[in-house]
Write a protein that binds this ligand. Sequence first.
Ligand code: PLP
Length: 395
Amino acid sequence: MISKKMKTMVENSSTIRAMFEEGKRLSSIYGEENIFDYSIGNPNVEPPNEIKDIIIKILNEEKPNTVHGYMNNSGYEDVREAIARNIKEKNSIELNYENIVMTCGAAGGLNVILKSLLNPGDEVIVFAPFFGEYINYVKNFDGKVKVISADTNGFQLNLKELKNEISQNTKAIIINSPNNPSGVIYSEDTIQQLSNILREKEEEFKQDIYLISDEPYREIVYDNAKVPCVLKYYDNSFIGYSYSKSLSLPGERIGYVVVNPKINGFKEIVSSLNIANRILGFVNAPSLFQKVIKESLNLEVDAEIYKKNRDLLYNHLISIGFECMKPEGAFYLFPKAPINDDVKFCEEAKKFNILAVPGKTFGCPGYFRLSYCISYEKIKKSLKAFDNLMEKYKK
Ligand code: PLP
């Protein structure tokens, strides 16, 4: 018999699994080319061409026994130093290799941070709409998630509610910008205000409250939008980063955590992250891909491809009457469902071969998510299906 904790996780993961099964079922009936699967955030854009050459160069040129071995659980020092220098140049903040821990993607990074911070019963605050996996990551360490309701007027952070909800039990806050699922980037003003509130509350409760900024979409931004760097605004902060989206390498499991040099108890926290990487079973981030990253720091996928997709889908949905924020980054649209029941609406969408994820999954009922990291041609072909779906809701 599996554990009680895993039993609830297995039960709760069934919606996404059901969606995957439904996609397969519909494809077998209508043909894969006629199914508009907007359900999964798996990048369709290929990694930059240079990545393949870099991998081959490393394999050909590195000395024997240096590519595939164990290293410090935090990763190779030279790789961490190169990443620290790169962040420092982009954001004018003092960092070195000690501030960087290489991780198995953002998921690995977040788990390593939470393992280091949480005692059973500690509260972690998330803002709707949020990446649903946060709930499981927090439960992994017997923490409690508190959800702050969405600020549906623009999907910035509902700071008024946050102010009332932070308590003696609050250990950490997770934010994600550019946001999955809304595509919104939290503005400098929002981050500044959030930091002020956290400092006030730290003072009030005489304890540390950590800000964890989950940023796998940092490089996927449109129209020259800028993502403010939280390290500059709040000392007790971490960034969780990943190359899953910025280099389209989700299967390679490579990313890093940045620890703010001004965080309280820096040395102990860094040692803890290092051990957490080991004992959670990651041991270390993949060695070959750490080396690949060192040579790829100035490479990015072509975000223009996603921008073209965004413009096509967004403009069309708006033109047929959907309400939606225009995403500033990431590759998701988060429109309002034309009926209150988002689950029912997504069921209806399936009848038009459109697979979408109900907003409920992101703590934000009444909305639905479309992942537009699929081919432009597929999006074009799907527009008629959206017309037919919306027709049902026209009075
Ligand atoms: N955080 C957010 C907001 C995501 O959307 C994802 C993946 O889709 C992750 C974390 C996990 O990404 P990774 O592949 O880097 O573990």
